[in-house]
Design a protein around this ligand. Structure first.
Ligand SMILES: *Cc1c(COP(=O)(O)O)cnc(C)c1O
Length: 227
């Protein structure tokens, strides 16, 4: 094992030590080579997050079968079919159309695919996801209740990319309050609605204080990505 791979293992351990028991770590390995993932795998990491379908396909085929692959980025509906047979969690469902496509592909491969609804809370214009109003309106339609091959397992969000940590905390808190209220209204009889996917390298400790159950950490484990 070379120094770079040892560094990955040491950083992974460092991050793991900061996580309470109820928080799971998604090691965000996008743009990093398979050797980096293998190093993390050998140090015990089993959940990896990728954001490009083609890259995920290659890694999934090459790496051990007990890895849980999470799709964390913006997913185009026409690509769902490639990952539907094996993906463990799709983090960023940002439209009903995408959810319906996951339903269709889940049905094709006879799977129930766990999904998170992506909430758009950050100030940035560019981020995908449902605004709180859109999310509540969609849930109120109850159309999602007829789906049998997707499981809505919780919410995902990204905070604004800013040094203003109070702002970041405020956004996670808003997401957490919305999560509680949605769970109470729509999922009190569905315990599988439980994941709060928030927190990345620079803000995951705040995210955990604000209710996160699933942190998505890349740079802090694998180093900078070269795009
Ligand atoms: C890339 C990415 C991450 C990881 O970001 P880091 O800052 O490298 O930890 C987390 N979530 C999503 C949705 C991403 O696209």
């Amino acid at each position: 094992m070379n120094t770079e791979e040892k560094t990955v293992q040491a950083r992974l351990q460092e991050v793991m030590q900061t996580l309470p028991e109820h928080v799971r770590l998604v090691a965000v390995s996008k743009f990093h080579p398979q050797t980096a993932l293998t190093a993390a795998y050998e140090a015990g990491q089993r959940i990896f997050g990728e954001s490009r379908v083609q890259e995920l396909q290659v890694k999934q085929a090459a790496l051990p079968a007990d890895i849980e692959w999470h799709f964390i980025g913006h997913l185009q509906a026409n690509k769902v079919k490639y990952i539907a047979p094996y993906v463990s969690l799709i983090h960023a469902i940002d439209s009903e159309k995408l959810l319906l496509e996951v339903e269709k592909q889940g049905s094709r491969c006879q799977r129930i695919i766990p999904c998170l609804l992506q909430l758009h809370i950050a100030r940035e214009e560019t981020k995908f996801g449902f605004t709180p109003e859109e999310l509540l309106a969609f849930l109120a339609t109850e159309r999602w209740k007829t789906l049998t091959h997707v499981q809505i397992s919780g919410l995902m969000c990204m905070a604004s990319y800013t040094d203003d940590l109070q702002q970041v905390r405020h956004e996670f808190r808003t997401a957490n309050e919305l999560f509680d209220s949605i769970r109470h209204t729509y999922f009190s009889d569905r315990p599988s609605f439980k994941e709060r996917s928030w927190g990345m390298s620079h803000d995951y400790l705040i995210a955990i204080e604000e209710g996160s159950t699933l942190v998505r950490v890349g740079t802090k484990i694998f180093g900078e990505r070269s795009y």
